[in-house]
Design a protein around this ligand. Structure first.
Ligand code: SF4
Ligand code: SF4
Length: 482
C-alpha cells in the first residue's frame, strides 16, 4: 500500500501548467493536461492505477521520485534520524573566527558591542592547536573570517590561514575559507593575497545607491563609504567570488532598483551574486530598529520581486531563483563540530553571541567548566517533531529555522519558502524555460523573435505568456528539473 508523501507541494502555475515539488526528494515535475489529471488522481487514490499501462507507468514514476511512499514509512522519522546524524558528524569542522570585534564603520543597525581588543598571539596559537585537534584526517574544514571587521587584522588572518592550510595539506583535509567583510579594506591587492591564503569567497554589503548606503553604513567619522566599497568590489571580484548582500528594511527598500541599475551598467551583473538580507532585532542592543524591520512575508515578497528584476536585467541567478535545497541543520549552532571563536579565545555557537562572554561553551585558554556546560545545553538539537514544525511540509528544506530566534521569541523562524514557495517554484520553472529559450535564441535568434512577434509576446517584460509559448520544451517527466 502506498500513500502520498507528506512533503508534496502541488502548485498551479498558469494556463493548465502545474508544478509538483517534493521537499524531501527535491524533485520537481511539470504537469499539463491529462497527465496532471492522472497525477492528481493517483495522489488522491494511490492504489487505483489498475491495468492501464499509462497509469501504471505514471504510478511507478511517482514512487521513484518520492511523491508516493510506502504506507508504513515514517518520512518525518527518517528526516529526524538523518538530522541527528548530521548534528553528530565529526568529519567536517566548521569554524567562524573573529580576529577582532573592532570595526571601521558604524552601521545604524549593528547589534555588536565594539571591542577594540584584538586576538593575541597566545589565542592564535591555542586556535591552531584547536584546529589540529578537532579536524579529522581525510575530512573537511571550512573557516569563515568574521568580526567586527576581520580585515582590520589581516596579520592574524594570514598567520592562522598559513597554519590551517599546512595542517590540511599534511592530513588530506579539504579546506575552504570565506570572508564576511564590510568591503572597505578589500582592494584588489588584499583580495589577491586572500586567495593565496585559501579564501575563495567574500560577502560584502552595500545597502543601496550612494545616498542610501552612506546614511546607513558610514565610517566612524560619519563619512560615506559607498564609492570606496564599490571600487573595491570591482577590483576584488577579479580574484574572489563576491556575494553582495543588501540589508533591507522599510527605509531602504526603494533603493534596491537603483543599486541593481548601477551594477548592471557597470558590467558586474554577470560577475557577482546579489541577495537581500533581512535586518532583524536579534539582540537587545538593536531593539530600537524593530519598528522599521520588514516582517517575514514582506521580506519574502521583496526577495522574490528582486530576483525577478535581476533575471530581467540579465544578472547571474540569485538564491531566490534556485530550487530549494534540503537542509538537515540550519547552521553551526546545531552541529557538534562547529564553533565560533572570539578574539579573546571564547568559543560560542552562534554569530549573534560573539560578544557575550556568558554564552561561551568552551574557552581556548581555560579548562571547560560548569558555566560552559550550561551554555552548551541551550544548543541541544531541537526535537522538531515536538514543535510546531512537526506537521510542516517544508521541514526538509527549512530544518526549523534559526534556533537563536526560536529561543528568543518562542516561535519558529520560518524560512521565506513558507510565505513564497509557490511563487519561488514558479519563478524557477520560468527561468528554466527562459534559459532554454536563450540557448535557442543564440542559434535561431531571428526566427525566435519572429515567433514571439506572431505570438504577441513581450520579450522585454518577460511576461508569463512566454512560458506557455515555450511550454512544449518543458518535460513531462516526473523527475527533477534542475
Ligand atoms: S542560531 Fe540563528 S543567528 Fe545564530 S548562527 Fe544560527 S542561523 Fe545565525
Ligand atoms: S520553521 Fe516554519 S517553515 Fe520551517 S519547518 Fe518549522 S513551521 Fe515549517
Amino acid at each position: 500500500m502506498m500513500k502520498p508523501s507528506r512533503f508534496n507541494h502541488l502548485v498551479s502555475f498558469s494556463r493548465g501548467v502545474e508544478l509538483l515539488f517534493n521537499s524531501f526528494s527535491k524533485q520537481l515535475a511539470v504537469l499539463r493536461g491529462a497527465r496532471a489529471k492522472q497525477v492528481r488522481a493517483l495522489l488522491s487514490h494511490p492504489d487505483t492505477a489498475g491495468h492501464d499501462q499509462a497509469a501504471r507507468q505514471c504510478w511507478r514514476e511517482l514512487v521513484a521520485h518520492g511523491y508516493l511512499v510506502e504506507d508504513a514509512l515514517d518520512e518525518r522519522g527518517v528526516y529526524m534520524h538523518e538530522r541527528l546524524e548530521a548534528e553528530a558528524s565529526s568529519r567536517h569542522l566548521g569554524l567562524t573566527v573573529a580576529p577582532t570585534l573592532a570595526c571601521n564603520m558604524c552601521c545604524v543597525y549593528c547589534y555588536q558591542k565594539p571591542n577594540p581588543v584584538p586576538m593575541t598571539r597566545q589565542v592564535e596559537d591555542a586556535l591552531i592547536r584547536f584546529f589540529a585537534r578537532e579536524s579529522v584526517s581525510g575530512g573537511s574544514a571550512a573557516v569563515t573570517w568574521f568580526g567586527g571587521e576581520p580585515l582590520l587584522r589581516f596579520g592574524t588572518i594570514r598567520r592562522l590561514s598559513q597554519a590551517f592550510l599546512g595542517i590540511a595539506r599534511s592530513r588530506k583535509i579539504s579546506y575552504s575559507a570565506f570572508l564576511v567583510t564590510n568591503g572597505y579594506l578589500l582592494d584588489g591587492d588584499v583580495a589577491r593575497r586572500l586567495v593565496r591564503l585559501g579564501v575563495q569567497r567574500a560577502q560584502v554589503t552595500l545597502d543601496g545607491p550612494p545616498e542610501v548606503h552612506d546614511q546607513r553604513r558610514p565610517d566612524r567619522s560619519g563619512a560615506g563609504t559607498f564609492e570606496r566599497i564599490w571600487a573595491n568590489v570591482q577590483a576584488a571580484s577579479r580574484y574572489l567570488s563576491i556575494s553582495l548582500r543588501v540589508n533591507v528594511d522599510q527605509t531602504n527598500a526603494d533603493g534596491i532598483r537603483p543599486l541593481l541599475e548601477r551594477i548592471q551598467e557597470s558590467g558586474l551583473a554577470r560577475r557577482i551574486d546579489v541577495y537581500l538580507g533581512q535586518t532583524f532585532p536579534y539582540t537587545d542592543a538593536c531593539s530600537d530598529i524593530a519598528e522599521q524591520c520588514l516582517d517575514r512575508a514582506d521580506f519574502s515578497r521583496l526577495s522574490l520581486e528582486t530576483a525577478w528584476e535581476m533575471v530581467c536585467r540579465g544578472f547571474r541567478s540569485s538564491g531566490s531563483s534556485r530550487l530549494p535545497q534540503r537542509r538537515l541543520t540550519v547552521c553551526m549552532a546545531e552541529r557538534a563540530n562547529s564553533f565560533v571563536v572570539t578574539p579573546s579565545g571564547g568559543v560560542v555557537k552562534c554569530w549573534n553571541e560573539i560578544d557575550d562572554p556568558e554564552s561561551c561553551v568552551d574557552h581556548l585558554l581555560r579548562p571547560r567548566d560548569a558555566s560552559h556546560q550550561a551554555a552548551a545545553s541551550r544548543w541541544k538539537l531541537r526535537d522538531l517533531a515536538e514543535e510546531s514544525c512537526a506537521d510542516c511540509s517544508l521541514l526538509p528544506i527549512c530544518a526549523g529555522g534559526c534556533p537563536y530566534v526560536a529561543r528568543r521569541t518562542g516561535k519558529p523562524a520560518c524560512h521565506q519558502w513558507r510565505a513564497e514557495l509557490d511563487r519561488s517554484l514558479s519563478l524557477y520553472y520560468y527561468l528554466r524555460v527562459r534559459s532554454r529559450e536563450s540557448e535557442i535564441a543564440g542559434r535561431f535568434g531571428a526566427l525566435v523573435d519572429a515567433v514571439r512577434g506572431l505570438a504577441g509576446i513581450d520579450a522585454e517584460s518577460g511576461n508569463r505568456g512566454a512560458v506557455e509559448a515555450s511550454g512544449a520544451q518543458g518535460s513531462e517527466s516526473l523527475g527533477r528539473h534542475s
